[in-house]
Design a protein around this ligand. Structure first.
Ligand code: ZN
Ligand code: ZN
Length: 346
């Protein structure tokens, strides 16, 4: 974890060396596996850092991830766009502990709550530091997650594929969990398909049957068969092949208690979005958002023209301030931002 953080920070400094142009600074937090209701009204009572951010800025009801609701591909590509355009005076921070603890112990475990608490502490310090060094009119901060998390039950909710099909009929199997891709051996597609159709806790799709709402079937790497489990169910070859983790006992024997990747319409898969700073309205509750909306806001705040997309700008622009767009002040403030980040994360 420490090494990971160091790597992230190295990346940050690289971002910050991009010369400052006409825009304000942007600090982005990518919080892996942070479910939207980890910051519901009741939870916020114990999270003073995030509570302050909610008061200072914008909070969306929730953020719908792309399907499948797995980690960051969307965000990585969106960061790449911003960096390639070379215009953004921005930095990004990645925090993974909510995802890790959510998997190991479940979304409402005390371990996951502790991870959130630690993040909150960092944010509270950051808020203070921003005021202390007088960056509050220059720095926009956006925080969001890639997906939520739901409880899984390895005791009773595992779909063992080898009970329904001969695994030797499968040429390649990718992933396990809520969504699994299968490449059948030559001539075995229909047999596998009809046998897997018998499992009532999951859907089986041939390529052209994948529902349009997922915007998934057009992808280059979509397998001939896609299996999608119902909420809480876990697909694996058999229980021996489940992804156990090393929980301090000898070998990998720990059970996972949370997972994501299910239908992105399920509420448990929804992520969160918070933002504050001079470009954002304060104490504003925004309607639900999609990843593409985050992209558009990020481009706007960073002063970049977004690539054509099907986001709903009319809805998200309501969270932005219409105030004057101050030009970039002293170059020295880039150093201030760097120092601030170093202070917050070490
Ligand atoms: Zn993730
Ligand atoms: Zn995860």
């Amino acid at each position: 974890m420490a090494r990971h953080t160091a790597l992230c920070t190295a990346t940050l400094i690289a971002f910050l060396s991009i010369p400052c142009l006409a825009n304000r600074k942007l600090l982005v937090f990518l919080i892996d596996g942070f479910r939207y209701d980890y910051i519901n009204e009741a939870e916020l009572q114990n999270l003073p850092g995030m509570r302050e951010i909610v008061q200072l800025g914008v909070k969306a009801d929730y953020l719908t991830p792309e399907f499948p609701s797995l980690s960051f591909p969307n965000y990585y590509s969106l960061m790449t766009v911003l960096i390639r355009q070379g215009k953004a005076d921005m930095a990004a921070v990645y925090y993974e502990r909510n995802d890790v603890e959510g998997h190991h112990f479940g979304p409402w475990s005390k371990q996951r709550k502790e991870a959130t608490k630690a993040l909150d502490e960092t944010l509270r310090n950051m808020n203070m530091k921003i005021k202390e060094v007088g960056l509050q009119n220059e720095l926009n901060v956006m925080l969001f997650s890639d997906h939520g998390m739901t409880d899984i039950f390895w005791m009773e909710k595992v779909i063992e594929l080898d009970k329904y099909i001969k695994m030797s009929d499968v040429l390649n199997m990718m992933d396990r969990g809520p969504i699994v891709s299968l490449w059948p051996q030559e001539g075995k597609l229909n047999e596998l398909y009809s046998n897997l159709k018998k499992v009532k806790e999951m859907s089986v799709y041939k390529k052209d049957e994948i529902p349009d709402k997922y915007h998934y079937k057009g992808g280059k790497f979509v397998a001939p068969l896609t299996l999608l489990a119902q909420k809480g169910w876990f697909i694996a070859e058999n229980i021996q092949k489940l992804p156990y983790w090393a929980n301090g006992t000898d070998g990998k024997k720990g059970w996972q208690h949370g997972w994501h990747g299910y239908d992105n319409e399920l509420m448990d898969m929804k992520g969160f979005f918070l933002a504050y700073g001079p470009d954002f309205r304060s104490n504003y509750k925004a309607p639900p958002m999609r990843v593409v909306d985050v992209y558009n806001i990020m481009c706007h705040v960073a002063g970049i023209n977004p690539l054509p997309n099907n986001g709903t700008w009319s809805q998200v622009k309501l969270m932005l301030n219409n105030g004057v767009n101050l030009s970039c002040t002293a170059k020295a403030s880039v150093t201030v931002l760097t120092v601030l980040l170093a202070w917050v994360f070490f």
